[in-house]
Design a protein around this ligand. Structure first.
Ligand code: DC
Length: 224
């Protein structure tokens, strides 16, 4: 199978770019952040402190996360309920970041991610795809942008979804999540060996998409 690993911090444009790239090549697109968000949502709904590893781990027994594809679009289920929209709420972002620091949660989601990539050509995005989940991916990309650029994009995205978003609040949240992602003990966010570094701060979305597609195309052609 041909696999593409795209990692980077929140708001770098990973999901939009990965989705477009997957469509271009007819690959499956897997947004692994959605899995952590579903776990975070479950814990929030149950009133569990998402920082409390013991409690979170115990409650994983009651969590069943699934992905379905409707016309190529990923839908996320939590215990069979479609939570694709619910997991995008802003409060779920921090819960996802908190639960993703726990090794038990990472282990819980690892096999699911690997198994998917074994059955079909996949573009997967997340934080540890090139380093941990698919270290043998044919293409690895580290996609990033400054915190300010990512905040502006996120504010726009939330406003479009009809959610209130102040620049200062979102910037503080992005900085907090960056800190969590980079400094956590397990599977911290970092550029994988061999990953191509793509900084999208000063380029448009179209340019970013084209750059990523070009990187994938040259490897895919060699792959045969
Ligand atoms: O990409 P996202 O913002 O939807 O991800 C939600 C959270 O999940 C984010 O704070 C980091 C975490 N995450 C992770 O730790 N590893 C991944 N492969 C994907 C996401």
């Amino acid at each position: 199978m041909f696999t593409v690993a795209i990692d980077g911090p929140s708001g770098a444009g990973k999901s939009t770019i990965a989705k477009r790239a997957a469509k271009e090549f007819g690959f499956l697109y897997m947004d692994t952040g959605a899995l952590y968000r579903a776990v975070g949502l479950y814990m929030l709904r149950c009133g569990i402190d998402t920082d409390d590893e013991q409690k979170v781990s115990k409650n994983l027994d009651f969590v069943n996360v699934g992905l379905n594809y409707e016309n190529g679009i990923q839908r996320v289920t939590l215990n069979r309920e479609d939570v694709s929209e619910a997991i995008r709420k802003n409060e779920v972002s921090m819960a996802a970041s908190n639960v993703s620091a726990h090794n038990s949660v990472r282990k819980f989601l690892l096999a699911f991610q690997r198994d998917t990539a074994q059955t079909q050509n996949t573009v997967m995005d997340g934080r540890d795809i090139g380093t941990v989940v698919l270290p043998d991916a044919q293409v690895k990309i580290f996609l990033t942008a400054t915190g300010e650029a990512r905040t502006k994009r996120r504010v726009l995205q939330l406003t479009e979804l009809g959610q209130k978003a102040s620049y200062e609040t979102i910037l503080a949240e992005i900085e907090q999540r960056d800190y969590n992602d980079i400094h956590r003990e397990h599977c911290a966010l970092k550029q994988a060996p061999g990953a191509v570094y793509v900084d999208t701060t000063n380029i448009t979305l179209e340019e970013s998409v084209n750059r990523v597609i070009d990187i994938i195309r040259s490897e895919y052609e060699r792959f045969g």
